[in-house]
Design a protein. Structure first.
Length: 301
């Protein structure tokens, strides 16, 4: 059945893959955007763009809340931390208020979070599942508050799903957009000890997992990662190998801390996350391991 879907973050790295996919399935899409003209250039004329939630003129069947500025785009100054919280928590609070005030009762609410919920740990860590306790630190508190902000919609919807997202890999965007040029030039290398764990997912599998969730009866937190997380050292070696380049320029931990300040925890620490809910419900990944994923991305780049 075709749905009217409200998407925040529709012009982002995930949204620009998700929106065309759902349009092709016949759904009607409304995207919240600060720049509707840019949105139309990116996504075409078949998408309805609104600047404010109050501009939405009809009931929505699904709400998909993916908005949020890139957590690794800038150093974590107090101003930047405030912007990160506003783009996630304040926007989600506005979304929840609008839904209550306009008496929305969506069938499905899907809202963003991240594996940072579990906290960042150096080295090879215990495995985090959807049942694991939240961690500490700025990234964890950001995710905890983000998840809490959508809770008012739990009683107003048939299902609420929280997406605890790992590193999303795809061509021309996300983390790889920053790494592709230096690694392609043979200037990549291990960061810190190289033991820190990266939990990742190919963008195509992310979109497929969202489809899977909409067709399921799942609710609650879902770890949006591939089944095989890797160490930074393995990630570095695999990316260099796929590009047929050396990776001989390591970044010592003290240099990362000097360059990135508190944000260096994203580079020097990580989480070994298991997508337990997706596995238990027999979701099938097209790119379950890193070499498959990066090889496909290299072919598409």
């Amino acid at each position: 059945m075709k749905k009217h879907i409200l998407i925040t973050g529709g012009t982002g790295f995930i949204g620009t893959a998700l929106v065309p996919h759902w349009l092709a399935l016949g759904h009607r899409i409304t995207v919240l955007s600060r720049d509707p003209a840019r949105g139309k250039r990116l996504l075409g004329p078949d998408v309805t763009f609104v600047r404010e939630f109050s501009d939405i003129e009809r009931k929505v069947d699904w709400i998909v809340n993916l908005a949020g500025e890139g957590i690794a785009d800038q150093r974590w100054s107090e101003k930047r931390k405030s912007a990160l919280r506003d783009s996630r928590i304040a926007l989600t609070e506005r979304l929840a208020r609008w839904a209550v005030q306009t008496d929305q009762h969506p069938e499905l609410v899907i809202s963003g979070s991240a594996v940072g919920y579990y906290g960042s740990v150096p080295g090879d860590t215990p495995v985090f599942t959807e049942e694991s306790a939240p961690g500490a630190g700025f990234a964890a508190s950001l995710c905890i508050d983000w998840e809490q902000a959508i809770r008012p919609l739990q009683e107003r919807s048939e299902r609420l799903v929280i997406l605890r997202t790992g590193i999303v890999l795809g061509e021309h965007g996300g983390m790889l957009k920053r790494l592709w040029l230096p690694f392609n030039a043979g200037l990549g290398g291990v960061i810190g000890s190289g033991d820190q764990v990266l939990s990742w997912i190919h963008r195509d599998d992310y979109v497929r997992a969202l489809d899977f969730i909409t067709r399921s009866t799942l609710s609650g937190p879902v770890n949006m990662t591939a089944p095989y997380p890797v160490s930074n050292s393995e990630f570095t070696g695999t990316l260099a190998s796929v590009l047929s380049r050396p990776a001989i320029f390591p970044m010592p931990a003290f240099v990362a801390r000097l360059l990135f300040g508190e944000m260096s925890e994203l580079l020097l620490e990580g989480q070994k996350v298991s997508p337990g809910v997706l596995m238990a419900n027999d979701f099938s990944w097209v790119y379950p391991n890193l070499r498959q994923a990066l090889g496909h991305i290299a072919d598409e780049w």
